[in-house]
Design a protein. Structure first.
Length: 304
């Protein structure tokens, strides 16, 4: 987890954890809760590193470079345990207790456990953890992670300091995986983070972007319209599907919105409207071949 990213994406969380670390007021147990994709697990790992790290920064967070930080990152530390099963069971809690009972704390006299997907824990697991939380051992810190806080027993919640993670902008998340322009387009187009990552992995992603850019920079040129028909609507037909077509349209829309199109305002508005109308059609059952013929005709009529 990049500390600067956390500071920008989750400023309230950053400040709360920073205050706890700087003032040495770390609670025995935390409940990190919020929507999927809000960096809860990554933040929990950073927080675990920060509790143990001997070279923290001015905000109390880990250096992420020392041996203890690297051991936590690689899950090799005897002061740290993470359970990330899809459904935490009683055995996982028992194993956790056994692990800490059989090991002694390191230099910082602190040991940390993270229970991911805790909102999906079995009732038996929750009962076992409750006993563990009711009699907290000195120097042992727990971080529970849940997408749905309401699925965590109230008795567990009452023994944890709850920290809410707000939904993160898809664009912020994508910046760790792609360029600023790609992240901006995918976020503005309304793709979820998971869908955006899927699209970024397409072999044609950058090629489609380039075709859209070349088209939009010469949108009033008849030869460019003909080239679009060849490159987009014919040669790629063996690979063409709805995702492929939507992605190309989204790139053109993105460039139109960002004034990259060389057209008079009236034609620009008309082109934008046509693209939006055709995009809406793709959310219904449609013959892609006929759809592309119509799209080609509509675009040509709008800009020539």
């Amino acid at each position: 987890m990049n500390k600067e990213y956390l500071k920008k994406a989750q400023p309230v969380v950053y400040q709360m954890l920073s205050n706890a670390l700087k003032n040495q007021r770390v609670a025995n147990a935390y409940l990190f809760h919020g929507p999927k994709g809000s960096s809860k697990l990554e933040t929990a790992i950073l927080f675990a590193q920060s509790i143990i790290c001997e070279h923290t920064d001015n905000d109390g967070f880990a250096c992420q470079e020392c041996e203890s930080c690297k051991r936590i990152e690689n899950e090799e530390s005897l002061d740290y345990m993470i359970v990330s099963n899809d459904r935490i069971k009683k055995k996982d809690i028992v194993d956790l207790q056994t692990f800490f009972e059989s090991t002694s704390a390191g230099k910082q006299n602190a040991r940390i456990y993270i229970l991911d997907h805790y909102d999906k824990a079995t009732p038996d697991a929750s009962n076992s953890l409750l006993k563990f939380l009711e009699e907290p051992s000195e120097g042992i810190y727990g971080i529970l992670i849940a997408d749905e806080k309401s699925n965590v027993l109230p008795t567990i919640q009452s023994r944890c300091q709850a920290i809410h993670f707000k939904p993160e902008s898809c664009e912020h998340l994508l910046l760790e995986n792609t360029s600023e322009e790609n992240a901006k387009m995918l976020a503005e187009s309304g793709y979820t983070y998971d869908k955006a990552i899927e699209l970024l992995s397409l072999p044609d992603f950058e090629e489609l972007k380039q075709i859209a850019l070349e088209y939009i920079e010469h949108a009033s040129s008849f030869s460019q319209i003909e080239k679009m028909q060849t490159n987009v609507f014919v040669n790629k037909s063996d690979r063409m599907n709805k995702d492929w077509v939507q992605l190309w349209i989204q790139w053109v829309l993105f460039y139109v919105k960002n004034d990259r199109v060389n057209l008079p305002l009236e034609k620009k508005v008309k082109l934008y409207s046509i693209l939006v109308e055709n995009m809406d059609m793709l959310y219904r059952p449609v013959d892609l071949g006929l759809f592309m013929d119509k799209l080609y005709y509509d675009i040509r009529k709008a800009v020539i």
